[in-house]
Design a protein around this ligand. Structure first.
Ligand code: ATP
Length: 448
């Protein structure tokens, strides 16, 4: 029997991590001789604009083959394990979902929506009942939403891999010490099969989180081989407790599939809107750059915030009338700020002519003339020519901005943002197959 186990919301800002729980659970299930893994553990990032997420809005699904008689045992072990792990913390709302058989189109549709909008717990619970699944929740049970969404995102379109190395408990909360040279070398030797290891603008290492969670570092890439090679190349001066390879939607733009008109956008949605620049870019305190886009159904502010780095330069080059496609999360209106698309990337589709009014050229000698006063015409300082009827003329100014796609630097990418290097490397289709190497307790377990 096929069994999909989704879980989410098992951690808090104080510590923990849903992927770590997944890694420990995998070990537990792996030891049950009747369990066969049908896929790498799926790490699914959901709508990044959900305000109640802890960090990256990630949920995990394990896809297994088990004998029917073992269902109750597996269910009890998983529920017990999650319950013991989250230790009853009040701000954590774990959810676990069990679905048997093939994932239905309805559940896939639910996941599709959970990637770019807010979906409700009652809808998740109704759907679980309809498809004959089971759900377990703690506290306000909100984790059931993410758990179901993880089951429904079977990653059959584009996907990537991430290997995550975890810290031993005594190091949790302590600063991570990683050899930056080893990361540089790893990046050089595995590019473009791995991505977003470093931020090229600042040199910052991106594979290492900063919080108190058990993740030591994680490397993202196109294949299992690439991320495992990278795992072996990174030097850290603390022991690795365990490592796990996840199949993920990281770096796939999975959340940016909803093309909306301005009138349709709602708070916390991830949207793609096409229109014309209707108010010119303006730098506001905090070095953020804002401008407006309209599409005939309405006008909306767009913001390139300070962390988007060089993207702000692109935005500053826009002029009213440019045709653009903006991608980002919708921040709801606050008392002093209107609702705004928080830019994740922008496509400049068509540049308009930029014209400036300039003094006319002298018809006799070709030099630009000077004004003789408001409404009094122009004279040439070189040859003395005067024309009291001459007016300012429109002159086309060359545009430095080029049409094309622009992204912020990797340091401000969301987990889901597709890096520029992945364009053209997208995968389509996945043959569900038993994963060979996907977790271990030490690097000595690695086959390569
Ligand atoms: P981590 O990345 O460390 O696992 P997190 O950032 O995933 O943490 P959670 O603690 O899991 O954050 O909180 C996210 C919560 O939002 C979960 O309860 C999840 O079920 C819920 N959620 C996820 N996507 C949606 C959505 N589209 N609509 C409504 N709720 C959602």
């Amino acid at each position: 029997m096929k069994l999909h186990i989704g879980f989410d919301d098992t951690d808090s800002l104080k510590g923990g991590c849903t992927t770590y729980l997944a890694s420990c659970l995998i070990e537990l299930l792996y030891k049950l001789k009747f369990v066969r893994f049908l896929d790498y553990p799926n790490l699914v990032r959901l709508n990044p604009n959900i305000p109640w997420k802890t960090r990256g809005n990630g949920a995990v699904c394990l896809r297994l083959e088990i004998p029917e008689w073992a269902y109750l045992e597996v269910r009890e072990r998983v529920v017990g394990f999650v319950e013991r792990s989250f230790r009853g913390e009040a701000e954590t709302n774990p959810g676990i979902v069990f679905l048997k058989g093939d994932v239905s189109e309805q559940v896939k549709g639910f996941s599709f929506e959970a990637l770019w909008r807010v979906v409700s717990l009652s809808r998740a619970l109704r759907l679980i009942r309809v498809v004959g699944g089971e759900a377990y929740g703690f506290n306000n049970c909100r984790g059931i939403i993410g758990a179901l969404a993880a089951c429904g995102e079977t990653l059959e379109d584009d996907y990537t891999f991430e290997v995550i190395a975890y810290r031993t408990r005594r190091f949790w909360g302590k600063p991570r010490k990683i050899d930056p040279e080893s990361v540089l070398r790893m990046d050089r030797e595995t590019y473009p099969q791995t991505f977003n290891n470093l931020d090229p603008e600042t040199g910052r290492i991106l594979i290492m989180p900063r919080g108190p969670d058990p993740v030591l570092f994680g490397v993202r890439g196109e294949t299992v081989e690439a991320v495992l090679k990278a795992l072996k190349m990174v030097s850290v001066d603390e022991p690795i407790e365990r490592w796990t390879v996840f199949r993920t939607n990281h770096g796939t733009d999975n959340h940016l599939r909803c093309r909306c008109r301005v009138a349709e956008v709602k708070p916390h949605m991830a949207v793609v809107v096409e229109g014309w620049v209707s108010k010119p870019p303006k730098t506001i305190p905090g070095r953020h750059v804002i401008f407006s886009v309209s599409d005939g159904t309405g006008e909306i502010f767009c913001a390139a915030y300070e962390p988007t780095g060089e993207l702000r330069k692109v935005v500053k080059g826009l002029v009213v009338g440019d045709r653009v496609r903006v991608y980002g999360g919708l921040r709801k209106a606050k008392p002093r700020t209107p609702k705004t698309i928080n830019l994740e990337k922008i496509e400049v589709l068509e540049l308009t002519r930029k014209v400036e009014l300039k003094n006319p050229l002298c018809p006799r000698c070709g030099k630009r003339m000077v004004s003789m006063g408001k409404g009094k015409g122009f004279r040439c300082e070189k040859c003395g020519f005067r024309d009291s009827k001459a007016k300012k003329v429109e002159v086309e100014v060359p545009r430095s901005l080029k049409e094309g796609l622009y992204l912020p630097p990797p340091r401000s990418h969301r987990h889901l943002t597709k890096p520029i290097q992945r364009y053209g490397m997208e995968k389509h289709g996945w043959n569900f197959e038993e994963p060979k190497v996907f977790w271990g307790r030490s690097l000595a377990d690695l086959p390569f």
